[in-house]
Ligand binder design. Structure first.
Ligand code: ADP
Ligand code: ASP
Ligand code: MG
Length: 455
């Protein structure tokens, strides 16, 4: 059995869905389970309309609902026609759009958007796409069956970034997916969405459909997980930033996880963990060029000083300094307990004798945390920072690579520098608007034709 995940661009319109069906058809002997994202861009639009409604702009929000309705119905019409299945699916989609319009109305009355209600709205993208894609697959000759992703992905109730409950997921995957696969049908489920124990809709965080695929793959001990997207695989850098980035044939689980965490959006950062536990290979492939071999993420990848470069901006640097830290054993524990209590995740840490610097990706809960941190010492906040990461399994053993990396920084101001404990990730904190130029410079240093040793 294999799990195939198709991202937003792979199901963005009738043509893309038809291509996707062909890919699935070519893998039928592997007993596929299909996980789909919302139609490309739909999640952003749903979130935007929920925000708009909660601000009281109901007319604009309803207009956005109608735009999405038209788009989905046009895709349904192109793929399913107006026969009985076509009308049935159109009616089901229509009912879901009525639900979205009602949610928007409720939000405009309340004037408040809680993470829970935002999940109810943003989950609609995958609820719609999975229903549509399953019906389209049937029309295109595949024995597909729609499965509500929420019936499989059990989570806790941290809306907006819910934690999956793997044991319950395993049970539900055996109940909802396995019998269908055994009956040679192809389950098609929406990624990203789940149910909390109270039966309330949750989501796994942006980009979470990759995570759904690996949770399902791990739950059913799949032989492989394939992530189908709009690029040829994992590349040496984001092609939107570095235009001559190159395909990586094989990459280690650990390297891929570091890259995903530090900005390679091609994979959700949590995708790797469930797969690595069972050693399930993950492949990243291009649904527009299915003949490509993609990137294989596995244990036995070649060891390189630098495999790829990732970057992300919108980082906040928090520095806590206190002379009291000197010789105080419990200081770091107290400090990190505060981060934990406020559910603020830390990416990179550097310490000195009297101060600790940490980077925070999501600064939305920072204000409350700062009140606590100030009890520990002087706190300085630096916003508009970014991180550039150089990832390679033998980076720390390669002094020349390290010095080349630092040399390529030139006169760029560096706010923090850290080599991960595993030695495979050198993270450099710079000003947010330096992220792209620094990525390009490092890429040039390690991957230009004159400097080919990076790959
Ligand atoms: P999907 O909708 O299929 O999940 P995403 O937009 O989430 O697709 O991820 C694919 C995008 O990730 C690519 O279009 C690319 O711009 C970006 N990306 C960032 N870093 C990398 C990288 N190292 N390799 C490949 N793609 C990357
Ligand atoms: N549709 C969701 C998002 O845009 C999940 C995903 O595509 O992976 O974040
Ligand atoms: Mg994605």
């Amino acid at each position: 059995m294999i799990v195939l995940k198709f991202g937003g661009t792979s199901v963005e319109d009738a043509e893309a869905i038809t291509r996707t069906a062909r890919i699935v058809a070519g893998r039928r002997e592997h007993c596929p389970i299909v996980v789909v994202s919302a139609l490309g861009g739909a999640t952003n639009q749903l979130i935007a309309l929920a925000e708009q409604a909660a601000k009281g702009h109901l007319i604009g929000a309803v207009r956005a609902v109608e735009g999405l309705r038209d788009r989905h119905l046009a895709v349904a019409d192109a793929l399913l026609g107006s026969g009985s299945e076509g009308s049935e699916v159109a009616a089901e989609l229509g009912a879901m759009f009525d639900e979205i319009a009602q949610l928007a109305e409720a939000l405009s009355v309340l004037g408040d958007l809680t993470p829970r209600s935002l999940d109810a709205v943003s989950a609609m993208g995958e609820r719609l796409s999975s229903l549509l894609v399953a019906a389209a697959f049937r029309r295109l000759g595949l024995p597909a069956e729609h499965v509500d992703g929420r019936d499989v992905i059990a989570t806790d109730d941290q809306y907006g970034r819910a934690e999956p409950l793997p044991e319950v997921i395993a049970e539900r995957a055996r109940a909802h997916l396995l019998p269908r696969v055994r009956a040679r049908t192809i389950p098609v489920m929406g990624g990203f969405i789940g149910y909390s124990p109270g039966g309330v809709t949750t989501t796994l965080g942006r980009g979470g459909s990759d995570y759904t695929a690996s949770l399902v793959g791990a739950a059913l001990k799949a032989e492989a997980i394939e992530i189908w997207t709009d690029v040829d695989g994992m590349l040496t850098a984001d092609p939107r930033v570095v235009n001559d980035s190159r395909l990586i044939d094989r990459i280690g689980f650990q390297e891929a996880a570091e890259l995903a965490t530090f900005g390679a959006k091609v994979l959700h950062p949590n995708t790797i963990a469930p797969a690595v536990r069972l050693g399930i290979p993950v492949r990243v492939l291009n649904s527009r060029r299915p003949e490509g071999s993609g990137t294989l993420i596995t244990f036995d990848a070649p060891r390189r000083a630098v495999t790829a470069i990732a970057g992300k901006s919108g980082i906040t640097l928090v520095r806590v300094g206190t002379p009291r830290m000197l010789m105080t054993e419990g200081f770091l524990r107290t400090l990190f307990a505060m981060f934990e209590r406020h559910r603020v995740a830390v990416d990179v840490v550097a310490t000195s004798e009297v101060s600790v610097s940490v980077t925070v990706d999501d600064a939305s809960r920072l204000d409350a945390l700062l009140l606590d941190l100030r009890e520990l010492g002087d706190v300085a906040i630096e916003r508009h920072r970014g991180i550039v990461s150089l990832v390679g399994s033998s980076l720390s053993n390669d002094a020349a690579a390290m010095s080349k990396a630092l040399g390529a920084m030139g006169s760029t101001r560096v706010h923090m520098l850290s080599l991960s404990a595993t030695g495979i990730n050198l993270t450099i904190v710079v000003d947010a608007d330096e992220v792209a130029p620094v990525m390009r410079r490092l890429h040039e240093a390690f991957f230009s034709p004159a400097n080919p040793e990076g790959v």
